[in-house]
Unconditional design. Structure first.
Length: 562
């Protein structure tokens, strides 16, 4: 119940965001009409349609997104016609004449006379709300981002849709309050203007302005950037009060025991380098299932150890399976994963869990996550995140000896790793920072006075759900960071395109602090969809990082720090 209340409060806060502006004219078009039969059905339709579309888009893949775009344009045409009929009443009368005649004939047959009655008002208002729900693209702050991410990872569920509906109801609540206040103002205006038609024409013009703003994408671009920080502080406080804020994952209290039979691993969409495999086929072997994704810095830092274990214990009965569960859309591409697997030197089987079936079977929540399975197929140990490598290796050795292995090689001392795969400093650092609308936080409007862990965009950026896209150059991202390393997930928006960039640290070329993917003078190129290491300080510090692009066509996803 607490989660639904927090989702509802998050929706209420959307009234403070400029992203709500394009849909307000449609809401105010109901001003002066009965609340129960006109306003309430309209807001209910908006909430229902938003919850349905958001649920479908979060779990249904690209086809659902495409279908939603088609519905969006249908709604734009419908609401544009609605605005024109309000602006030009004569046009509305002529357009509605056939509908009115049909309605009169139908009502005569059922004995209701010629009156449209409240049922007609309810139906029209509900239709308007459903159309508006297709268009509404609220700025996704921490609360909505958390709900949508949970939907994408955990699949469709009544709980997820219920949370989205609660969020939309919260927005509808604040819109209703604004409408009640605005309705009083409109009544006062009618008294002075003496002609209701002038008010209706004004509202019709505002509806057309809203339709134009949505058709041009202003609700997803300009207004989203303007509203980036408007409600984030309040939403983050709500998440903290409800216990939903980001946390370092906790290990099970009793982390080495028999958890019972491990879930199967047969739900993957594709296998690379061997497979398909099942735990039934692997009875007698010790199995390590590693949930990872190739742009995750924490996953990259654990990989040298996982690769070392596979090489050290392969001939003694250990089977390592990389269960690749994508975080970003480009990580769903088998070609991208195959290229990353080759570049990272992984030679054990990798399963593509694009539908998160295995992820959900294990009730997993983290990247990386290691599940240790004994020779009987029982889950014996779970490890979330980086670290405790000696402990993990000792558990592998124990399970192998339980299975009858002898003459095991000595335990490793920890592989040497470079670049993004090098171990974390373990010192205080800036949090992982997403640049898209769903989970983006700490964005400010100007790069001139950044506080710790704050960032700013300069140029023609379009912030989308999971990324920020530079539509045309020049453009830049500036971040005041704490830590040793600065990594940024980048991708060209068109396959095969190369995007040049330059990095500065405190306004100067990075020199010896240059990361593995740039030169000492700060230059580098974006050629593939992956994580780029841009800064590597000799020790933990802080500074102002800036990356500048001369041309558009690049997408930025997330910062991580070491």
């Amino acid at each position: 119940m607490t989660l639904f209340l927090i989702a509802w409060l998050g929706g209420v806060l959307t009234i403070l965001s400029p992203c709500i502006l394009p849909v307000l004219p449609f809401v105010f078009a109901r001003a002066g009409r009965p609340f129960v039969t006109s306003v309430l059905p309209m807001l209910l339709g908006l909430a229902l349609m938003f919850a349905a579309v958001a649920s479908l888009a979060a779990v249904g893949g690209a086809w659902a997104v495409q279908a939603n775009e088609i519905g969006r344009w249908i709604a734009i045409v419908l609401l544009g016609a609605f605005g024109l009929m309000m602006l030009f009443p004569g046009l509305g009368d002529r357009a509605m004449a056939p509908v009115a005649a049909l309605g009169a004939r139908l009502t005569e047959r059922v004995g209701v006379g010629g009156r449209s009655g409240p049922a007609g008002e309810v139906g029209g208002s509900l239709l308007l709300g459903l159309a508006t729900g297709l268009l509404w693209a609220p700025c996704a702050g921490p609360i909505l981002g958390l709900i949508l991410t949970g939907a994408a990872l955990n699949g469709a569920s009544a709980s997820t849709t219920g949370l989205l509906f609660a969020y939309a109801l919260g927005a509808a609540t604040s819109m209703a309050a604004a409408l009640l206040l605005g309705g009083q103002a409109l009544k006062a205006m009618k008294g002075y203007l003496k002609h209701e038609r002038i008010v209706r024409r004004t509202l019709g013009a505002l509806v057309l302005v809203g339709v134009a703003a949505i058709a041009l994408g202003l609700d997803r671009g300009v207004l989203a950037r303007l509203s980036a920080a408007s409600t984030e502080r309040f939403e983050q406080s709500l998440l903290g009060m409800g216990g939903m804020e980001d946390r370092v994952p906790e290990q099970p209290a009793d982390d080495f025991r028999d958890f019972g039979p491990a879930p199967e691993i047969t739900g993957a969409t594709q296998w690379l380098q061997g497979g398909p495999l099942s735990l039934q086929d692997l009875r007698g072997k010790v199995v390590l299932v590693d949930f990872w994704t190739y742009s995750c810095i924490n996953c990259l830092r654990t990989l040298p150890h996982v690769i070392d274990w596979q090489e050290r214990y392969l001939d003694h009965g250990l089977v390592v399976i990389g269960m690749h569960a994508p975080e970003f859309a480009f990580e769903r591409s088998p070609g991208n994963v195959r290229r990353a697997v080759e570049e990272l030197g992984i030679d054990y089987p990798v399963a593509l869990d694009n539908d998160f079936r295995v992820w959900r079977a294990y009730a997993n929540r983290y990247w990386p996550a290691h599940y240790f399975i004994d020779a009987r197929g029982h889950l014996r140990h779970v490890r979330f995140g980086e670290g405790e490598y000696a402990r993990s290796e000792q558990i592998i050795r124990t399970l192998l000896m339980e299975a009858g292995a002898t003459d095991l090689p000595p335990a490793g001392e920890g592989p040497a790793a470079e670049g993004a795969m090098a171990a974390s400093s373990g010192r205080p650092r800036s949090p992982e920072t997403y640049l898209g609308l769903e989970r983006g936080r700490n964005l400010v409007t100007s790069p001139d006075a950044l506080g710790p862990d704050q960032w700013a965009l300069t140029g023609a950026w379009d912030r989308q759900d999971e990324r920020a896209v530079l539509e045309e150059g020049p453009g830049a991202i500036t971040y005041r960071f704490r830590g040793r390393d600065v990594h940024l997930v980048l991708a060209p928006t068109q396959p095969g395109r190369t995007i040049r960039f330059r990095v500065t640290l405190d306004g100067e070329a990075p020199g010896a602090a240059a990361g593995a993917d740039i030169s000492a003078d700060g230059y580098g190129v974006v050629e593939t969809d992956r994580l780029y290491q841009l800064i590597r300080l000799p020790d933990v510090g802080e500074g102002v990082f800036r990356i500048e692009f001369e041309d558009g066509g690049v997408a930025a996803y997330a910062f991580t720090f070491g």
